[in-house]
Every structure is written in C-alpha cells, then in structure tokens.
Design a protein around this ligand. Structure first.
Ligand code: PSU
Ligand code: MN
Length: 300
C-alpha cells in the first residue's frame, strides 16, 4: 500500500502548516446525496478559516490517499463503487486495489501511518444497543492511536453508557469542550460525564502534548455539543431510534451495514432537521480541530 498526498495536503506538510484529517465514510455512506457535498465544503471552509488545511483520508485504487480531491473526491461523493472500510479492511483493499471510504477506525490508522495528529468527525461508533456484542472497531482503534479526535459524542442509536465504559477501559481520555457532559450527537445533554472539561483549544493541545510525552498510545477524544440552535428534541430522537432499531431487527441487518442502516432510518424519521444538525456539528467540529492543530503546529 502506497501513501499518496493530495496537492494541498502535500504543500501544507512541506510548509509545516497545521493539517486536520477528515474521514470519508461520513461522505460516502453516512450522509445522503447531495448533503454529503455540502458537508465536505463546509468542513473544508471551516478549517481554512482557522488557518489550517483539510485532508480527507480514503483508499484510492488501493493507495492510502491523504487529501482526497478532484475527480477522486467526486467519485466518493457520488458513491461510485466505494466500499465502507474499517481498519481491518485496509490490507485487503490495498491488495485488491479497490476504492474505500474510511470510517473513524480506518481514518485513525491512516493518521498514524501518515503522521497526522488531529482528526475531526461527526460522531464515533460505539457499543450497539442491540446486538450488544456489536462494538464498533472505532473504540479499539481509539485505544491505540495517539491522535486528537474532535466529535459531537456518539449517536443515541448506540448504548452510550456502555460506550463510555469501554472508552474508559481502553484508556481513552474524554475531554468535554465547554461542557461537563458527553453529548449525544443530536442532543447536547445525556446525563453522562466526561473525564474533564476544557475551555480552550490551547488546553486541548497541552493535554495532547502531555499524553505524547508520557508515551500514551491512545487517542484524546474531545467532545463538543452541537450548536444549540440546531439541537433536536430528546423524545423525538429517542422515538426515531426506537423505530430504527425495530426496522433493523425486522430486516435482519448485521455487521458493517448496521450503522449506515440505523443512520438512514433515524434520518428519515426526524426529517430534514437531523440533517441540518449533522451538517452544523461537522462544521463546528472541523473548526475546533483546526484551532487545536494550529496550536500544536505553533509549539512544534
Ligand atoms: N456515526 C455517525 N455518522 C457516521 C458514522 C457513525 O453519526 O457517519 C460512521 C463513521 O464512519 C464511524 C462508522 O466510524 O460509522 C462506524 O461504523 P461501525 O459501527 O460499523 O463501526
Ligand atoms: Mn459493528
């Protein structure tokens, strides 16, 4: 597997500029067309506005691409023959020379391979409510990738208390950005705590630097609640999740298909509002990640 850099990401790397990694599965599987294109545009603009450079990771014809752009990006946005790729799928897709959209787990593996320190996403995978033995590989990978990951928590399609317990077991520090609670993606309040609260990007960068100097192998998970203007009603979300879980059970969905199935079902049940929330929080996470990356680049 070859490591290839997109034009803008390569130039940023050569100049020592701050880079923010982005996943491609949220674009190719997580969000519907054409909102995926809007998400890509808004995340890139938010990162540029803070003086950093975005780098979408993906597998292109078997190569690890850092900074997906141009026609390749277009193919991913059209979902043209693009598989969902987790960390364990990377060697296979390399040998088969396929195209793959990277989940959080695979993006973390790409960050480690490419030496990228900061990654922004929407929500991480976690422990499913049912079947409870279905635990996203995102968690194990967070436990062994020294990367700052900025997200809006995890969606309540998951068992959030179990997900937080697993993060603790795996040694992942969870920092609440201007919050004491672990956010539930579409909702800011879950009643679940974080390891600690931080109030600035500089503080996040300092904690990450300390983690690195201790030789910690795990990620620093930074969670920030979605903008309050786009937050959804708790009961609306819970009803949508319940009906999505029933749909999945009836359809017998298992494995890698389960998360995209549940995301799409919740999307349908909550209408356009969940989509607007999703886009807004992706943009906000990209901006915070860029601030952290700029702090880290300045102290390098
Ligand atoms: N959660 C979301 N949106 C997403 C995902 C999760 O709110 O797009 C995607 C991410 O790429 C995440 C993946 O890494 O789903 C987790 O899938 P699984 O549960 O199969 O590990
Ligand atoms: Mn799974």
């Amino acid at each position: 597997m070859q490591l290839r850099w997109g034009r803008e990401a390569a130039a940023a790397r050569a100049a020592g500029l701050a880079i923010v990694a982005l996943e491609s599965s949220v674009l190719a599987q997580g969000l519907p067309i054409p909102s995926n294109r809007e998400a890509d545009r808004r995340m890139r603009a938010a990162i540029h506005a803070k003086g950093a450079v975005p780098a979408v990771t993906a597998i292109v014809s078997g190569d690890l691409m850092v900074g997906l752009d141009g026609d390749d990006l277009d193919r991913f946005l059209r979902r043209d023959g693009v598989a969902k790729v987790s960390a364990r799928d990377l060697p296979l897709i390399a040998v088969r020379q396929g195209d793959g959209a990277t989940t959080v787990a695979a993006t973390l593996a790409c960050c480690v391979a490419a030496g990228l320190d900061v990654f922004a996403t929407g929500g991480i995978g976690g422990v499913h409510r049912e079947p409870a033995f279905d635990e996203s590989a995102d968690l194990a990978e967070l436990g062994r990738s020294s990367v700052v990951v900025v997200c809006a928590g995890a969606k309540s399609i998951l068992d959030l208390p179990a997900t937080l317990e697993r993060l603790e077991s795996l040694g992942v520090t969870v920092l609440g950005y201007r919050t004491n609670e672990f956010p539930g993606f579409f909702t800011s309040s879950t009643g679940l705590g974080v390891s600690s609260r931080v109030d600035s990007a500089a503080e996040i960068a300092a904690v990450f630097t300390a983690s690195r100097s201790l030789g910690r192998p795990s990620a620093l998970l930074v969670v920030q609640p979605l903008p309050s203007a786009v937050a959804l009603d708790d009961e609306l979300v819970e009803r949508a999740v319940q009906s999505a879980l029933v749909e999945a059970r009836v359809a017998g969905v298992r494995g890698a298909g389960l998360t995209p199935f549940l995301l799409a079902a919740v999307e349908r049940a909550t209408g356009g509002r969940s989509l607007q929330a999703n886009l807004a929080l992706l943009e906000q996470n990209a901006a915070l990640a860029a601030e952290v990356a700029v702090c880290l680049a300045a102290s390098a």
